[in-house]
Write a protein that binds this ligand. Sequence first.
Ligand code: AMP
Ligand code: MG
Length: 410
Amino acid sequence: MSLLSVDQARERILSHFQPVTTETLPLAGCSNRVLAQNIAATSDLPPFNNSSMDGFAVRAADVLDASTASPRSLRVVADIPAGSHLTISLAPGEAARIMTGAPVPDSADAVIPVEDTNFDNRDAGTPAPDEVQIFKSAKSGANVRSRGMDLHAGEIVLSTGRVLKPQDLGLLAMLGFANVLVYHKPRIALFSSGDELLPVDAPLEEGKIRDSNSYTLAALIEEAGAEVVRLGVAKDDPDSVKALLEKAVELNVDLILSSAGVSVGAFDFVKQVIEANGTMDFWRVNMRPGKPVAFGEYKQILFIGLPGNPVSSFVGFEVFVRPTLQRLRGALNGDRQTIRVRCEEQIDSDGRESYLRAQIQEEAGNFIARLTGHQGSGNLHSLVQANALLIIPAGVKCVPAGQEVNAWLI
Ligand code: AMP
Ligand code: MG
């Protein structure tokens, strides 16, 4: 079997996943959740004409020729703080003191900022004056935020599949959505495998390393809006691997994600156990790093096996797991941002689709990319120093200095 391309492998994985079910949540719990309903505005916003300044509501026609040299004097007949509801009517020559956000009376059509009157620089609590001198004219509508200027009742303002951002929650609150229909968080079982792995709090021993992948991957899962169920570390023996897979089945997770044990080593039992109890769709992809990526199913639960090397598992997550989690949680806009960057130096590749660690800096309007150190797939520090992954397409063996490539910001 020839190796699958990255796109083929990703399509094959994604074709098996559907969005999870939905739930109704209080608005405060909806940050970074994915909307499962279209949101139609329940009212105009703003809902009433209101002042954008602290000042005086006036009839613009009354202050047409006002200036500092020749102020226009108006009688102050009302005081309108924010939150009040006054049904007053201004006659010619009259004004009302008004605060930011307070409703502008129908009979007024402009607000003169307090700075443009003789009532500037007053302490909080100062009562409204009986009379005010206006120093500037105003066009009709000046400093009035008119009803519906932001949006109109009935407009669809947020759509199904939207990953809710903080500002979206604010808009939902403005519109009175105390509860929102969102997708559940997909639940992802995660385990590492390898006899060499020590827990993070263990002193190093000869021949052993600490399990770092489970920390990187758990954080990536959570950042991508899913819930992680940590299953720990499987030993390099079939029974240990099987025990963890069984736990994942019991928990009925939406995806099993593992790292290591899916390559061609004599102790790579993960692949073998999956094959014996389910199906292995593929286990190699034409990419670098991260060629040993496995996809299959264990007792009806879909499984992605990432490589063991820390950079490979990160790249494998970005390429295959992130889009899978977005599909699972119903998201239409959760991908990494891609930008075009210029390579500072020549980059040699081996013809596989390659994901290279780079530091990108803006210089004179261009994004310039420099590789961060040795690109070996075990070198996590060079990933930590990077802020992007350069994507060198399959078939390309050399990117000359100065050429542009796509990059993911990480
Ligand atoms: P494997 O896929 O089992 O051949 O592992 C490939 C490489 O990744 C080996 O050098 C492992 O020691 C390393 N590795 C495997 N799992 C982890 C892990 N959880 N954290 C850090 N390194 C790992
Ligand atoms: Mg191993």
